[in-house]
Design a protein around this ligand. Sequence first.
Ligand code: SF4
Length: 388
Amino acid sequence: MQGILTAHHDAINSTPNSANSPYAPDSRIRNNAAPPAWLITMDAAVTTNATTRPAVKPELVCPAGSLRALQMAVDAGADAVYLGLKDATNARNFAGLNFDDTQVRAGVAYAHARGARVLMALNTFADARDTRPWFGAVDTAATMGADALIVADTAVMAYCRDHHPKLRLHLSVQASATSYEAIEFYRRHYGIQRAVLPRVLTLSQVAHLARLSMVDIEVFGFGSLCVMVEGRCALSSYVTGQSPNNAGVCSPPSAVRWQHTPSGVDARLNGVLIDHYGPDEPRGYPTLCKGRFDVAGERGYAIEEPTSLNTLAILPELISIGVKAIKIEGRQRSPSYVEQVTKVWRTAIDSACAAPQRYSVQPAWSATLTRFAEGQQHTLGAYDRPWR
Ligand code: SF4
């Protein structure tokens, strides 16, 4: 038992898919069999994990919306990059972004040559009328040498489990798994080896899951926030008929209109006015959730104010509670964003691991992140709930 866990949760300082890597396939964990005796009681699981999982340097997982962004992330110190295809299998199916097969192959070669891993986000829910694009994307990822898939749909997980049993599965944030039992369900039935937690949990809830779960825990470290329970947004489908959950878009490009007016620019989504910007005002990504509306005579962000999650201040705590990977949001952002944010987080993680007692958030890090933050402001999000 201890041998299994030690091998699976080994430190991540090895080359991709080497025998000691946490990415090395472990068929003992991926199976449909009834849980072994050691999994039956939660107490046993707690004890086992607490004694076999030393704190290790978390993997820095960075966004790649293009081959250029991937290269910059790797060069700036990302341990892993995540990318998606140019279709609805990818929850960031934005115009002008993402990878075709040739680019995936080139990206995998570039990352692997430098010791970094490539995770493919295949994290929308398959269309009931035709699942072939999703299953085909799994085949593509396996053929191109991706190190893991980031998945949300159990149909996609089952296909991967049955057809590519050696391909590692990470549970996408889109699956909205927030409890030990939910994560364990995906591990037992589909063999997931990592869960990306939704950005709705407190630090003590994350610690609880990191202690209990038999899989690695990944959390978001920096980037735009989403107001919905992840994977459950119906806002954009309300006005456009398409949603992030199955089409991969919050605001389909075909539905977005920027209309110049004498006082500035109107942002419309499928004809619905969602914001108005003054002539020199910076424009945000035009989503319904971050639109400004007149409510009871006051104009403002009625649903969500643009701001970015920034967990630099609690990085040592995240490491000490056993978080195994920290994700940077932003596949829709520029290669320059990816490079600058990756550099800050590489330095911060290295510094927090080298001397946790002396760790402090450097002003230069905060200045860089503020420049790239949505609305130029940060929050600790759900981690900071003083009333709890
Ligand atoms: S529309 Fe807004 S709330 Fe819905 S998924 Fe997109 S960012 Fe999140």
